[in-house]
Design a protein around this ligand. Structure first.
Ligand code: AMP
Ligand code: MG
Length: 399
């Protein structure tokens, strides 16, 4: 049986980013850039004023000086003509520096009266000017391939006039829930029936990971129905199934996937919860068979499916970096499996504190609802004293 790390590596080894598409800049936040971006021009494109004030020739102002106001350069207005010795131009922040000037004096440091401006103190050459190309030089690489586009990258792309950008395609992730006990949300459910909550939970997790969920509904625990719905799911970029992968009599998912030509990469991992998880490939299409238990299905999604989806979206760092947190109380576990402990996170004086969210039984969804993260407790260890620093994967939270 594979360890947690081995299983995740096997998955990441077998998935790759999808193709690229060009989309409007305003739709690109959160997407990964397909290809690098180089600056098409200098930024700023010309020398410009960093202040509202007067553009001057610094050589005119070695000490106190009075200069004639020769023009007015508004933001975006027509350029002022060249400035001669003894003259100044009123200028607004961001406006091009008129020819002949080499410094700006802010309004607060000058006094304007009767068409002249008195500047009481010496002016340093280059003061309050933002120079052409001082931010970015034409031709420089400014956004590397695979970068996730966040507001600062969007700002830069917009500054360069890029209305369309190439990004990696979002994976379409099909979700099939299986089980004779399931009814759909909104359907009446009598004794022994439960609502197919996993499809909805997984759809939300897929969207959070940057994928497009495609809900295929419920397949009954019988070969015909499973075959039809699983093969429909294989048309997506990723197929995720829920339940039917344990060792129960009706746990047919792996069998039918194998009949459909899905190569089994692994089944069962040394983790708790989520041990019965299976991963396979239909050609290059990854197929995840997650346990049916709602807690297990979301946790295995987080640790196995999410990194795969992130990698397919072009992310260069598909594995979420854990944070370090001090355990709020001692924890014990059995050796042999990596345990995912549902924890609540507080930020204390010395960093994060992770307190158990309560009952860790897989049947208890309430403690996953309360959790801010899952602490990853290494396989061979059995006792963890309070205060020990552990790795925590933060879940869905922040702000
Ligand atoms: P199984 O993996 O089929 O043994 O199912 C494990 C547990 O998860 C059982 O209690 C199921 O009723 C429950 N379960 C299975 N599928 C779903 C689902 N789609 N939504 C909510 N619970 C489920
Ligand atoms: Mg079942």
């Amino acid at each position: 049986m594979l360890t947690y790390d081995e299983a995740r590596e096997r998955i990441l080894d077998r998935v790759s980013p999808l193709g690229a598409e060009r989309i409007p800049l305003d739709a690109a936040a959160g997407r990964s850039l397909a290809g690098e971006v180089r600056a098409p021009a200098d930024l700023p494109p010309w020398d410009n004023s960093a202040m509202d004030g007067y553009a001057v020739r610094s050589s005119d102002c070695p000490g106190e000086a009075v200069l004639a106001i020769a023009g007015y350069q508004t933001a975006g207005g027509p350029g002022a003509s060249a400035v001669h010795k003894g003259a100044a131009v009123r200028i607004m922040t961001g406006s091009p520096i008129p020819e002949g000037c080499d410094a700006v004096v802010p309004f607060e440091e000058a006094e304007e009266r009767d068409g002249s401006v008195r500047i009481p103190a010496p002016v340093r050459p280059r003061q309050h000017i933002r120079f052409r190309g001082e931010d970015i030089r034409a031709g420089a690489q400014v956004i590397p391939e695979g970068t996730i586009l966040r507001p600062p990258q969007i700002s830069l792309l917009a500054s360069f006039g890029r209305a369309m950008v190439p990004v990696y395609r979002k994976p379409r992730v099909a979700v099939l829930s299986t089980g004779d006990e399931l009814v759909e949300l909104g359907e009446p459910h009598g004794h022994g029936k439960i609502v197919n909550s996993n499809s909805h939970a997984l759809a939300a997790a897929i969207a959070e990971a940057g994928g497009d969920p495609l809900l295929l509904g419920i397949a009954r625990d019988e070969r015909e129905d499973l075959r039809a719905k699983l093969s429909a799911g294989l048309a997506a970029d990723v197929l995720v199934t829920s339940a039917g992968v344990s060792a129960g009599d009706r746990d047919l998912v792996r069998d039918v996937l194998s009949e459909l030509g899905v190569e089994n990469v692994f089944w069962k991992v040394l983790i708790k919860p989520g041990g019965p998880t299976a991963f396979g490939l239909a050609g290059t299409t990854p197929v995840f068979s997650l346990p049916g238990n709602p807690v297990s299905s979301l946790i295995t999604f987080e640790v196995f499916v999410r990194p795969a989806v992130r990698k397919m979206t072009g992310s260069r760092h598909p594995v979420k970096p854990p944070v370090k947190a001090a355990l709020g109380e001692p924890v014990t576990k059995k050796p042999g499996k990596t345990q995912f402990l549902r924890v609540m996170i507080e930020s204390g004086k010395e960093g994060y504190l992770a307190r158990t969210a309560g009952d860790q039984n897989t049947g208890i969804l309430r403690t996953l609802v309360l959790a801010d993260g899952i602490a990853v407790l290494p396989s061979e260890r059995t006792t963890f004293p309070a205060g020990e620093m552990v790795d925590v994967l933060l879940l869905y939270r922040g702000g």
